[in-house]
Ligand binder design. Structure first.
Ligand code: ATP
Ligand code: MG
Length: 416
């Protein structure tokens, strides 16, 4: 009997020594050499045909998990019930899944049972035709049971089989449809589109973690404007965000540069939507999109800065402007405003550049610290903090320029 591949090739926690594709080819070759079928499957095939570099290569195989374990010592089951194994190869991890057919879906997310099946059946259980393709890893031949190549070249997103049934099985597929249609600039087959609209309300039954994950992925991509538009057009916004449906222009999202944080996109989208439905509260998005504490904090901070820029920037003293401009979310707030008031953004940008060019920049080291004041015998308390802030403001204004000056001012104020 053949021995499993040696650990020397598979040891964990090492730097990758090959590309993800090379690792996937090597793993597939070993499976094929044992007499099984092994194909690249799903997203990686789609991406390569579109001329894009796949992020990860998944392998679908006729080999059952107990055979995979015999071939690869490093094989670890992840969804063992689903026949999914992870294999380490030269510092890469490749997912290998046995061809399967999904049983009935009872919870709108996972099939209640699966059985190992043929390649054709495995293709049929996938969501969209563009995601149902296989490719022979050694010959490059595309194996297409679902007419996916035709849809790929015509840029049409189409559910495999009956769209109504497929979307009912896993309701997250409505959001996946948005992501693929936007990301690959595809039109949508009309019966698939109708099924999405009809199923949109069911999205509220999907876990917030999965919904948030889809949003994170679609908004990471420069085609995020199309995603936001499709979400609103198909009525997926209400269940996803747990707020009323609202359709309209997304000018702030449209004005974003291609690389921005998730929180920035959310802030832009919230403001676009708030123009149409002012009662929407962004705080609820933390739960509905399962945002991390940091994402939520960043989004709220951007919104607060945008609001200050909108209502008070002109009347702020120099110190207030410097304080605002040195907040970490300030550049993101300007990006959010760019889509609606580009001239204003460039004006503010110029003012900030001037302020930044002053001695010490936007946030110079304070001339006087709390411990300086304590050393002089000042008692910490509410007045203390106010005084420190006042001294720093005057420093930002350019009115206090040395430590001696600042301490003298502190003494005078404290004595009053
Ligand atoms: P991405 O570029 O986001 O990785 P992908 O198509 O590779 O896109 P994955 O989530 O990595 O998406 O899934 C890999 C493959 O598994 C898909 O191409 C599809 O064939 C199948 N698949 C994934 N999620 C689902 C689902 N919810 N329903 C049906 N098939 C799915
Ligand atoms: Mg993938």
């Amino acid at each position: 009997m053949n021995k499993p591949e040696s650990d020397s090739q598979e040891s964990s926690s090492r730097l990758p020594e090959c590309t993800p594709r090379e690792a996937a080819v090597a793993v597939a070759r070993l499976i094929i050499e044992r007499g099984f079928i092994a194909y690249f499957a799903g997203g990686c095939v789609r991406d390569e045909i579109l001329g894009l570099e796949p992020t990860d290569f998944d392998i679908a195989t006729s080999a059952p998990p107990d055979e995979i374990v015999k071939i690869f010592r490093s094989a670890r089951g992840v969804g063992e019930a689903f026949g999914v194994m992870l294999i380490r190869w030269k510092g890469r991890v490749i997912e290998v899944a046995t061809f399967r057919s999904d049983g009935e879906y009872r919870d709108g997310r996972r099939p209640s049972d699966i059985r190992f099946a043929s390649a054709n059946e495995d293709a049929q259980r996938r969501d969209f035709t563009i995601n149902g393709l296989f490719r022979h890893p050694l010959t490059g031949e595309v194996v297409d049971f679902v007419d996916g190549q035709k849809d790929l070249s015509n840029r049409i997103l189409r559910a495999i089989g009956d769209p109504v049934a497929r979307l009912r099985e896993d309701r997250l597929r409505t959001l996946r449809a948005v992501r693929f249609a936007a990301r690959f600039e595809m039109s949508i087959d009309s019966s698939t589109e109708k099924a999405i609209c009809d199923a949109s309300r069911d999205l509220s039954g999907v876990s917030r973690e999965r919904i948030g994950g889809e949003f994170r992925r679609m908004f990471a991509h420069p085609t995020r404007l199309r995603s936001a538009q499709l979400i609103e057009r198909w009525g997926l916004d209400a269940p996803a965000l747990a707020e009323s449906n609202s359709i309209g222009a997304c000018k702030r999202i449209a004005g974003l540069p291609s690389e921005v944080s998730f929180a920035t996109v959310l802030a832009a989208w919230h403001l676009d939507r708030a123009e149409r439905a002012p009662n929407h509260s962004p705080g609820r998005w933390q739960d509905s999109l399962n945002l991390s504490g940091n994402e939520s904090k960043e989004m709220m901070e951007i919104l607060e800065i945008v609001s200050t820029l909108d209502s008070k920037w002109e009347t702020l003293p120099k110190s207030g402007r410097k304080r605002l401009a040195s907040r970490s979310a300030f550049p993101s707030a300007l990006k959010v405003l760019y889509g609606v008031v580009p001239e204003r953004v460039s004006e503010v940008g110029k003012t900030v550049a001037h302020l930044a060019a002053e001695t010490g920049g936007l946030n110079p080291q304070p001339l006087v610290s709390g411990s300086d004041l304590i050393a002089l015998g000042f008692e910490p308390g509410p007045r203390f903090k106010v005084l420190l802030d006042r001294i720093y403001d005057l420093q930002l204004e350019g009115e206090l320029n040395s430590k001696d000056q600042a301490l003298a001012f502190g003494h005078r104020e404290w004595a009053r």
